[in-house]
Design a protein around this ligand. Structure first.
Ligand SMILES: C[S@@+](CC[C@H](N)C(=O)[O-])C[C@H]1O[C@@H](n2cnc3c(N)ncnc32)[C@H](O)[C@@H]1O
Ligand SMILES: [Zn+2]
Length: 294
């Protein structure tokens, strides 16, 4: 399935519009601008738009991405994916609504969203953006109809202004100014964050990082210049995990950057199954502020 071609993508070099040209498989499709800056799709179907030296960011490793993919595939966080889709679908407007999933990871939440929209008779043009090419290999296979783009969220997004109905950000960094720029008037930003006490039962056991104190307040302040909260709801999911899933859960998060997977497995060995913990999320829907600050 070729990716959506009607999203107004911008060239990362000169900001001119990018046009997609499909190719006969196994040749990759191509994005190119009028000035002939061009980007071939990777074999798996995603595009790497990062040019130059790239970024200093430490992207999730292939092993962390695999752990995330496997954990999510087992459906543990499905109620969250359903809650995100339920928040997004009513906001979609026009004949061809568009969604940007920023920090899409393996594309799990975008998949649920596209399926839910389709069940409501809506075909969505989607872009999934992430700095990890390992994640996008997965996302491109799961969501072949989406434009999956390797990009750094802290650089101007390769999307035209006023081009998407909804931006979703699930446990990923937020560039509020850029999200406000790419959203259409009347668009919404849907953000999911963990709440205090998230996975408390196994966090210490598995060497997971605690949620930073004061993080909520800092994020709210960063968002407030461009957005106001429309509504916020809690999504709590009781989990009964075997040790393998618990280890995957620990390893797929920030702990995976500095803890060996084997070390996590060793810490959990001998703990009786199932491990019962609660995932605690907050889903917040933001509305862009009008230019006069109201
Ligand atoms: C905790 S994961 C969440 C992924 C996905 N939304 C999910 O919930 O399954 C955070 C994601 O943000 C991505 N990310 C982190 N910093 C980024 C940046 N500067 N630009 C783009 N993506 C970034 C990571 O590569 C990772 O896939
Ligand atoms: Zn160009």
């Amino acid at each position: 399935m070729p990716p959506t071609t009607d999203l107004p993508l911008l060239c990362p070099v000169c900001s001119a519009p990018l046009t997609y040209t499909a190719a006969e498989p196994p040749k990759p499709g191509r994005l190119a601008c009028a000035a002939r800056h061009s980007f071939d799709a990777a074999r798996q179907g995603y595009f790497n738009l990062l040019v130059g030296k790239g970024t200093a960011f430490k992207a999730d490793s292939a092993a962390m991405v695999d752990a995330r993919f496997n954990f999510l595939s087992r459906g543990h966080y499905r109620p969250l994916a359903q809650a995100v889709a339920a928040a997004v679908v009513p906001v979609l407007s026009g004949d061809r609504p568009a969604v940007l999933d920023s920090g899409t990871g393996t594309g799990h939440y975008l998949r649920e969203l596209l399926d839910t929209a389709a069940a409501h008779g809506r075909t969505v043009s989607a872009a999934g953006l992430d700095i990890s090419k390992f994640a996008l290999r997965r996302a491109a296979r799961l969501n072949p109809e989406a434009m999956n783009l390797v990009w750094d969220i802290w650089q101007p997004l390769p999307l035209a202004a006023n081009s998407v109905d909804v931006v979703t950000v699930i446990f990923a960094p937020r560039n509020a100014a850029e999200f406000a720029r790419v959203l259409r008037p009347g668009g919404r930003l849907v953000v999911v964050t963990p709440r205090e006490g998230h996975l408390a039962g196994i966090a210490a056991l598995a060497g997971m990082l605690a949620i930073e104190e004061g993080k909520d307040a800092r994020l709210a302040a960063a968002m407030a210049r461009h957005f106001e909260v429309e509504e916020s709801s809690d999504v709590d999911i009781p989990l009964a995990l075997n040790r393998e899933d618990a280890a995957a859960l620990a390893f797929m998060g920030p702990a995976g950057h500095h803890t060996d997977r084997d070390a996590i497995v060793a810490r959990l060995s001998g703990i009786p199954e199932p491990l019962r913990v609660e995932a605690k999320f907050r889903l917040t829907v933001f509305r862009p502020r009008l230019p006069d600050g109201t």
